[in-house]
Structures are given as structure tokens and as C-alpha cells.
Design a protein around this ligand. Structure first.
Ligand code: NAD
Length: 308
């Protein structure tokens, strides 16, 4: 891929740019932020690691959207992160304004781009980008499920003392607090986790994954998680750039899938060169369907609060 822009040169954005460079997913990366000097300084610092990390991707920082022109892929990480005691929804209005203004600029300079949204509250910010851009729904993707499942997979692997490589998990629904883990589809080397762990332990691991973000916020106190979130955003970018058609849980615009309409919600999707190539539909039990509906309803309620 020729050019990837990362919007927001904070913790998630800078780590995302670094990971994209180290994986050499683009010829050029542009890091953009409203704060003068920060994207320039961080981009140069990352670029100076190129001879050691051996990548040929050029990285530059800017405060001017002209420099982002003709980006093929844009990762939006700008916005405020949570502080202790805040929910993701507390960020709703502040970050919606930020994501709206950014999306308008991206549309102006890169009308063909695929957008990956990271800013919280995730599902509603992804909706904001879709609505403001007017892009096709396959080109506006929210990152959440990959992170939520990564946390769940790690906790399962750690509990069983097995490789994370062999742990597969599936999470549907909105990001974090309202995520819907599908235990039936979570397995270790093909063996259902229900056969390997008692129900109470599984519930504990689910709860820890569900509040994985706040666990980090409570440690850091001044900001949120960014190493795992940036890895998750770059996994989406990697599948798109290389047209790998990986099946990963992402927030996608639903029009009837899973019985849900006009809402962003985490579901398994196939990611390829056009963004979301396909939404994978699973048969759900009545309980799972009800939990998913509840999660989607919460997102829809917040979407309605926005005046876009
Ligand atoms: P941060 O404060 O370190 O960085 C945010 C950056 O955005 C700052 O540098 C700020 O100057 C910039 N910014 C603000 N307004 C801007 C604008 N209009 N244009 C360009 N840049 C602007 O925060 P962070 O830890 O990097 O988190 C960023 C966002 O990602 C937060 O909303 C956070 O909640 C979210 N997040 C989401 C997930 C997820 O799973 N989806 C995971 C982690 C973080």
C-alpha cells in the first residue's frame, strides 16, 4: 500500500504508526495531530529507528491535512481517553465533535480511503465517521472485538498455561462493558473451553476481559491502554493491505444481519482489500441473541443522542 495516515499522535496513534512502520505495511505513513510539534517529533523519532528495525517506510508528522492527501487507509485514534471513574460513554460528545471534524478533512483530501476507527466510545464514533463521510459501509470499520478477544484469549491461555497461539475466542456486541462473549466458539486447540475450565472460572475471565480497559486505566491513572489497542488496529490494517481475508471481530454497520438494523456492532467480518468484504453470520442461542440485542440497543441509544 502506498500511504497510510494515522490521526492522533497520542499514545494509541504513535504506537499504531510505529507498528505499521515495523511491519512495512505502507511506503509512507503520515502522523497528524492538532498539537504542534508532537506528530513531527514522534514521527521523526520512529523514522530514526528504521535503520535498526530495518524498514523502508517513510514517516512524517504534520498538523496540516494537505500532507495526508491521497491516503489509501486512515486510522483515526484522536480524542480523549478515559480517566479513572469515566465510562467510554462519558467521552461521547467531546469525541464525536473531534471525529466529525477529522472525517470532514479526510473526505476532502482522501475520498477513496478506508477508515479504521479507534476513538471511543468506539461503535458510536465509527457511526459518526460513516455518517459524516458518506462512504460505503465496507470502508468504515471499528476496532474493538480484536482487542476484547485478545484480552480474553490471553487470560484463558494464562489460566491453562498454554500458548496464546492455540486459543481462539469469539466476542460479539459493543466494545467493552457490553461485549457478548460466545463461549461455544471459544476453544483451545479445537477443544471447547467449557471442557477445560469450570464455569465459574470462565465467568471470571470474561469479566476481566470485559473490564480489561479500565484495569489498565486504573493502573496508569493518566490515560488508557495503547500497546494492545494499537496491535489490534494494525491487525485490521494488515489484513486489508495484504488482502488476507482474515476473519476477525470488528464493529460493522448492520443492515439486517443478526436481526439488527442501522447500528454499528461487533461481529465477525472478512477483511480484505475493500475493507469489510463480508459479515459472517452465526446461529445464536436465544440468550446470546438477547445479549447482542441489548448491546446494540445501547449503541443505538447513544447514536440517537448525537445530532449529525
Ligand atoms: P491520547 O490522549 O494519548 O491521544 C489522543 C490524541 O488525539 C492527542 O495527541 C490529541 O492531541 C489528539 N487530538 C485531539 N483532538 C484532535 C483533532 N481534532 N485532530 C487531531 N488530533 C486530535 O489518547 P490515546 O490513549 O491515544 O487514546 C485515543 C482514543 O482511542 C481515545 O478515545 C481512547 O478512548 C481510544 N481507545 C480506543 C480503544 C478501542 O479498543 N477502540 C482502545 C484504546 C483507546
Amino acid at each position: 500500500m502506498k500511504k497510510i495516515t494515522v490521526v492522533g499522535a497520542g499514545n494509541v496513534g504513535a504506537a499504531t504508526a510505529q507498528r505499521i512502520a515495523e511491519k512495512q505495511l505502507a511506503e509512507e505513513i503520515v502522523l497528524i495531530d492538532i498539537i504542534e510539534g508532537v506528530p513531527q517529533g514522534k514521527a521523526l523519532d520512529i523514522w530514526e529507528s528504521a535503520p535498526i528495525e530495518q524498514f523502508d517506510t517513510k514517516i512524517s508528522g504534520t498538523n496540516n491535512y494537505k500532507d495526508t492527501v491521497n491516503s489509501n487507509l486512515v486510522v483515526i485514534t484522536a480524542g480523549q481517553p478515559r480517566k479513572p471513574g469515566m465510562t467510554r460513554d462519558d467521552l461521547l460528545f467531546t469525541n464525536a465533535k473531534i471525529v466529525k471534524s477529522i472525517t470532514e478533512k479526510i473526505v476532502e483530501y482522501s475520498p477513496q480511503a478506508i477508515l479504521i476507527i479507534v476513538s471511543n466510545p468506539l461503535d458510536v464514533m465509527t457511526y459518526t465517521a460513516l455518517k459524516v463521510s458518506g462512504f460505503e459501509k465496507n470502508r468504515v470499520i471499528g476496532m474493538a472485538g480484536i482487542l476484547d478477544t485478545a484480552r480474553f484469549r490471553l487470560f484463558i491461555a494464562d489460566a491453562l498455561k498454554v500458548s496464546v497461539n492455540d486459543v481462539t475466542a469469539m466476542v460479539l456486541g459493543g466494545h467493552g462493558d457490553s461485549m457478548v462473549p460466545l463461549i461455544r466458539y471459544s476453544n483451545v486447540g479445537g477443544i471447547s473451553i467449557s471442557e477445560l475450565l469450570p464455569e465459574q472460572k470462565i465467568n471470571e475471565l470474561v469479566d476481566r476481559a470485559r473490564s480489561g480497559g479500565i484495569e489498565i486505566v486504573n493502573h496508569l491513572k493518566t490515560g488508557g491502554a495503547y500497546y494492545a489497542p494499537s496491535a489490534a488496529a494494525v491487525e485490521i490494517a494488515d489484513s486489508i493491505v495484504k488482502n488476507r481475508r482474515r476473519v476477525l471481530p470488528c464493529s460493522a454497520w448492520l443492515e439486517g444481519e443478526y436481526g439488527l438494523n442501522n447500528v454499528y456492532c461487533g461481529v465477525p467480518v472478512v477483511l480484505g482489500k475493500n475493507g469489510i468484504e463480508k459479515i459472517v453470520e452465526l446461529e445464536l442461542t436465544a440468550d446470546e441473541q438477547a445479549a447482542l440485542k441489548k448491546s446494540a440497543d445501547e449503541v443505538a441509544e447513544n447514536i440517537e443522542k448525537l445530532d449529525l
